[in-house]
Write a protein that binds this ligand. Sequence first.
Ligand code: HEM
Length: 132
Amino acid sequence: MAGYPALTDSLGLLSERAGDVTGLVYARLFAAHPELEDLFLMDTDGGVRGSMLAQAFECLMDLAEGPGTLAETVIRSERVNHDTYDVPAGMFQVFFNIIRDVTKDAASHDWSPEAEDAWALTLAEAERLSVS
Ligand code: HEM
């Protein structure tokens, strides 16, 4: 993949401005899909939620910066694992979209057309890997 520094830059801005966004991401996820909250009942210390989000960030950065092989391996294998957790197909895309939205909100007026394009292309690639 070509390389989308604007995506990496926007994630840098997110961590600078918002710090740990785990709470924010899952609050949005459960607001949009309340039925998913029960899936995390066993995650009493938030460890699963934290490492899941960390993996998703790593996949996005790998898709944006290359080579993309980590994202391909992680997304494909987690898709199979998540079938056993009863996570419906299509939810990976919902999750990645929420990360984009949180990043865009944090960037506010610093969100650029380059960031918009970089995210659109990266999310399309993530979607392709999530469904195949
Ligand atoms: C809305 C979308 C998603 C939902 C509802 C979801 C749900 C879950 C649930 C319920 C678990 C805990 C399973 C268990 O231990 O019994 C889990 C674990 C995990 N998920 Fe997801 N997942 C989603 C998206 C993703 C994505 C996009 C990735 C990575 C690209 C991912 C990576 C992981 C990993 C690595 C774990 C294991 C974490 C650990 O045990 O430390 N998930 N997920």
